[in-house]
Design a protein around this ligand. Structure first.
Ligand code: F0G
Length: 460
C-alpha cells in the first residue's frame, strides 16, 4: 500500500526553542522597527518566513563534514572536496568560492559588465539588480508576460520571453550585452521554474549572437524537480541528471549555497571562461579571500559540498515541493489570492488582489506583511513597491512594481506541519478582515536596496 501523506524524510536530532512573544511585545517591536520587519529581533518572531536563505537546518552529515574542515589558508582539502562536487554537478571548469551569492554576482559583474551595458534576465533578484546597476548598467527583466500575472497557471511561468530577448539584442546591440542571465527558479516572479526547453532556446539565441549565458542557480535543485514533474521526457530522469543537463547549457553560474546548498553561508561563481575566472580571482583576493576559500571557513566548504549532494535526493525534493504546495493549498482553499501555481521555496500572497483599496504607493504588500506579524508573529517579506518601486524625483508617488506580493519563504528542513498549519490560520484570519487594513507612508529611505532599512508609519 502506498500511503498518501508525504512525510518529512528526516528525524529531528537537535531543537531550538521558539519564544512566543505576545501581542503587546509585537506591537512594541513594530513601533521600534518603523514597521519594517527586517528591523525585528528574531526572538520577537514566532514563525520566521522572511527568507529560505541560510535559515535551513543542516544534516548530521553536514555537521560531521564540518569536523573534517581543513582550515589551511591555501590549497585546503576542503576546497578540493567542494570544487569536486561543484564541477561534477555543473560541469563548469573554474570554481571560485564566495561567502554568498551576491559576492559571486559582485565579482562577475565587476569584471564582465561596464557602464551603459544591458543585462537581460528573466527577473533579477534584488541583489542581482543592485549589483548590475552598481556597474552603471541596466538590469532588464524579460520574463514571459504570464510571469507577472499572479493568477495565470502555467507549468513554467519563470521562462524568459525569447521574442523580447531577441528584440532587446536588436535594440541594444550585442556590444552592450555582456551576458544573458536566467534565474532558476525565478524568485522575484513567484519562485516559478524555467523549463529545459526555455534554457535550450536561450542558449540558441546566445549562440546566434555569440553571447555568454549564465545561470543564477540558487534554487537549481527545486527547478530540476519541477522539470521532472512537469516537462515531457524527464519523468524518469534523476534530479542530478536534470541539473547536469541544465548546467550543460550555460557558460557559467552564480550560486548562493544558502538556498540549494543547504548551508547557512556560502556560494560560488563557476565559469568556463578562463579570462573572467582569472580577473574574478584577482578581485576575490581583494575583497573575499584567497581563491581556495573565498571568504569561507574550510568547514563551510565541507557543509556546502555535502549539502549540494543532499539537495538532489528525490525524497528530500518530493517533501520540499509538496510542503510548499501544502501551505499554498491551505490558504488558497480558503479563498486567499496567491501566485499560482505555488513556487518551490515560498508561497506568495497577492496583496494587490486582497487589498484593492490600498494603492501601490501606500504599499499594500508591506501593510499585509505587518498585519501577519502583528496578528500571529509570522514574518514574511514584501516583494512589491517597497522593494522594486522607484521613488519619484519630484516627490510624487513611487512608480509601482509589477506585482504586490508578500512572500512566505519556507526554510529548508526547519518547520513541521503544525507550524505550517498555524501559519495558514494566521493568513486566513488576516485575509478575512482585509478591508480593515490601512496603507503605510514611507518616512525614511536609503538610496538603494531601500526595503532593508526604510521606515514607515501606518496611515490613519
Ligand atoms: N539570486 C537569487 C535568485 C536570490 O534569491 C538571492 C538571495 C541571491 C541571488 C543572492 O544570494 O543572499 O546568498 O547573497 N535571495 C535571498 C532571498 C536573500 O531571501 O530570496 P545571497
Amino acid at each position: 500500500m502506498e500511503y498518501r501523506t508525504i512525510i518529512e524524510p528526516f528525524r529531528i536530532h537537535s531543537v531550538q526553542a521558539i519564544d512566543l512573544p505576545d501581542m503587546t511585545t509585537r506591537e512594541a517591536a513594530l513601533d521600534r522597527a518603523g514597521y519594517n520587519l527586517f528591523g525585528l529581533h528574531a526572538d520577537e518572531v514566532i514563525i520566521d518566513l522572511l527568507t529560505d536563505s541560510g535559515t535551513g537546518a543542516m544534516s548530521s552529515e553536514q555537521w560531521a563534514g564540518m569536523m573534517r574542515g581543513d582550515e589551511s589558508y591555501a590549497g585546503s582539502r576542503s576546497f578540493f572536496r567542494f570544487e569536486g562536487v561543484v564541477k561534477d554537478i555543473t560541469g563548469l571548469e573554474e570554481v571560485i568560492p564566495t561567502h554568498q551569492g551576491r559576492a559571486a554576482e559582485k565579482i562577475l559583474f565587476s569584471v564582465a559588465v561596464k557602464d551603459g551595458d544591458v543585462v537581460p534576465n528573466n527577473t533579477h533578484f534584488d541583489t542581482t539588480r543592485a549589483n548590475v546597476e552598481f556597474q552603471g548598467a541596466e538590469a532588464r527583466d524579460l520574463v514571459i508576460p504570464e510571469g507577472t500575472d499572479p493568477a495565470a497557471i502555467l507549468p513554467f511561468k519563470g521562462n524568459m520571453d525569447i521574442g523580447r530577448l531577441r528584440s532587446t539584442i536588436k535594440e541594444v546591440g550585442v556590444d552592450r550585452i555582456p551576458l544573458v542571465m536566467v534565474t532558476v527558479t525565478n524568485n522575484s516572479g513567484g519562485g516559478q521554474p524555467v523549463s529545459m526547453q526555455n534554457l535550450r532556446d536561450v542558449r540558441a539565441v546566445c549562440d546566434e549572437y555569440e553571447l555568454p549565458f549564465y545561470l543564477d542557480a540558487c534554487r537549481f535543485a527545486e527547478n530540476a524537480w519541477f522539470i521532472k514533474l512537469r516537462e515531457d521526457g524527464y519523468a524518469d530522469r534523476t534530479p542530478r541528471e536534470i541539473a547536469k543537463e541544465m548546467f550543460s547549457l550555460v557558460d557559467g553560474a552564480t550560486m548562493s549555497a544558502k538556498k540549494d546548498g543547504l548551508a547557512n553561508i556560502g556560494g560560488f561563481l563557476a565559469t568556463n571562461d578562463e579570462s573572467i575566472a582569472m580577473n574574478a580571482r584577482n578581485l576575490l583576493i581583494l575583497t573575499e579571500g584567497f581563491p581556495t576559500y573565498g571568504g569561507l571557513a574550510g568547514y563551510d566548504l565541507e557543509a556546502v559540498a555535502v549539502g549540494l549532494e543532499e539537495v538532489l535526493d528525490e525524497n528530500y525534493l518530493r517533501y520540499r515541493i509538496r510542503s510548499t504546495a501544502y501551505l499554498a493549498e491551505t490558504v488558497a482553499g480558503a479563498g486567499v489570492p496567491i501566485v499560482q501555481p505555488p513556487g518551490g521555496h515560498a508561497v506568495y500572497l497577492d496583496a494587490a488582489a486582497l487589498l484593492p483599496h490600498i494603492p501601490s504607493h501606500e504599499y499594500p504588500a508591506q501593510a499585509l506583511a505587518v498585519e501577519l506579524y502583528r496578528a500571529g508573529g509570522v514574518r514574511g517579506v514584501e516583494i512589491g513597491t517597497v522593494m522594486f518601486g522607484k521613488p519619484d524625483p519630484d516627490g510624487g508617488p513611487d512608480s509601482p512594481a509589477p506585482m504586490e506580493l508578500v512572500r512566505l519563504a519556507i526554510p529548508r528542513r526547519t518547520y513541521t506541519q503544525s507550524h505550517i498549519d498555524y501559519v495558514g490560520e494566521v493568513v486566513i484570519d488576516v485575509a478575512a478582515r482585509a478591508e480593515s487594513l490601512r496603507g503605510l507612508t514611507m518616512t525614511q529611505q536609503p538610496p538603494w536596496l531601500r526595503h532593508f532599512t526604510a521606515r514607515f508609519a501606518e496611515m490613519g
